[in-house]
Design a protein around this ligand. Sequence first.
Ligand code: GDP
Length: 596
Amino acid sequence: IKREDVRNVAIIAHVDHGKTTLVDELLKQSGVFRENQEVKERVMDSNDLERERGITILSKNTAVYYKNTKINIIDTPGHADFGGEVERVLKMVDGVILLVDAFEGAMPQTKFVLKKALELDLHVIVCINKIDRPEARPNEVIDEVLELLMDLEASDEQLDCPFLYASAKAGHAVLDLNDAPKNMVPLFETILNYIPAPEGDPDEPTQVLISTIDYNEYVGRIGVGKVEQGTIHVNQDVIIVNEHNPDKKARVKISNLYEFDGLNKVEVKEAQIGSIVAISGIADLHIGDTICDPEHPSPIPFQKISEPTISMNFMVNDSPLAGLEGKYVTSRHLRDRLMRELNTDVSLRVEETDTTECFKVSGRGELHLSVLIENMRREGYEFAVSKAEVLYHEDERGKRLEPMEIAYIDVPEEFSGSVIQKLSERKGELHGMSLLSDGSSRLEFSIPARGLIGFRNEFLTITKGNGVLNTIFDGYGPYKGDLQYRKQGSLIAFEAGEAVTYGLFSAQDRGTLFIGPGEKVYCGMVIGQNGKAEDIELNVCKTKHLTNTRSSSADEALKLTPPKILSLEQALEFIDNDELLEVTPTSLRIRKRILD
Ligand code: GDP
């Protein structure tokens, strides 16, 4: 049968192009919210961190109804991959809505996800949003999108996709710019007509592939996935198998089965092929598991979750845990929090170390771990971390192998020279270079993962924030030898008030790091007399010697340039291991020789 009552779509959009607004509006118009009831919580609202970094980290589900059809809408991670997430999400759907700002056009970050969608033969609906903006240029943006689809080798059918013009904010979409805008019906209709309905025989043996894991304090692990074959129902005896784990053969009974409805999960008695379901009550349910009829235990092929490539130590210290009056972050707090993370993040690994206060946390790249660290710090956990290190492997002959990444970089042409130079010092090899229609360069590098540690910040500096950097794990390769880059600038120290503050002067970013005892790490600017950072002598060490700057003390320098908070990880990047004496969540202690 064809499930005409279901459609499964994913939205691909650059951050701020209006995904949340659009889904809110679809929800409102689908009647999920009763009249006069405000949409209180934004549906797919990304957390602060996602917004700041321009990425979507986790996928979330919503279901809206149009006519008698349930449309499951799945948010896609906007960033290159934390271990196969993009592919797993896209495998649940039959089509995608590519949402593009009518002024900004398609942004490079979405290309990776779009490429995956095209490779999986998904149908594409292009929705040009924000056509109400005065500077909107919908027709040009459509040409750009078509060009992008061709670049990414879309099939003829994919190129022949429907285009809609929307103002998510005003709540309408049209198929033709001359049409009078009314509501979202044209988009609903396009989804129904253009995205294929899931198809299959509900009487075949059950197969449900678990694609993501949710976690809820009350019910524990919740597996989310699509019914790939047959029907699943409450009280059914099933067997759980996994393509990559032949020993897994867990026999359980399905006790709690849900479907999505609006923003909620609602309990259902059964679900047929094509439905997206959530299942709780099974402790040993993991991503990649297939829930099967016990008579037909056949696992569905599933992309293996990529291995961690990088690790950091997370360490306990004596700082109070915010929100828990009088309590301290103990190793148990830290352990519990990390273990909780493992419930939903499959590409993360947490190991105990010889010291009870220290855990080795491994993940898929520096960004992956720094997102976790920042989220934990925002929740009030204070803890120290070590520098990131890559995880090496060995080949059969005992030779060292290291994780490699492909870095895709789009930068205005004027910066491409310095990017190439910086990355080659970090053992990056330029594999491709092309000129984009807007005059920017696209560079493709193969680079050891360790070469990228700390590069993100440097990249922002050298491109003055105008570049886009995406990286994708590219397997393990032979060790490439020592990196050749030298850190810019050198350490200085001076007295601010009572305390001696150490900092780093970087000629490149014309800034000084103020690392204050008991303080966050600040980055302020100390600018030379005629406004040039180069005017400052790098070996200045005490406040009183900072006389050739506009400010005569660190405090004043901070006043002149409001401090920007850097994370300790970012600050650590500037410091050599042999200079480092101690790291606490709020300060760094650095060897005094820099005062000489
Ligand atoms: P997301 O990051 O993709 O989820 O984007 P949001 O839905 O949060 O929207 C980002 C910003 O764009 C918000 O300030 C919205 O109000 C605004 N926005 C969204 N849709 C439209 C639109 O159709 N027209 C205009 N002018 N602004 C919009």
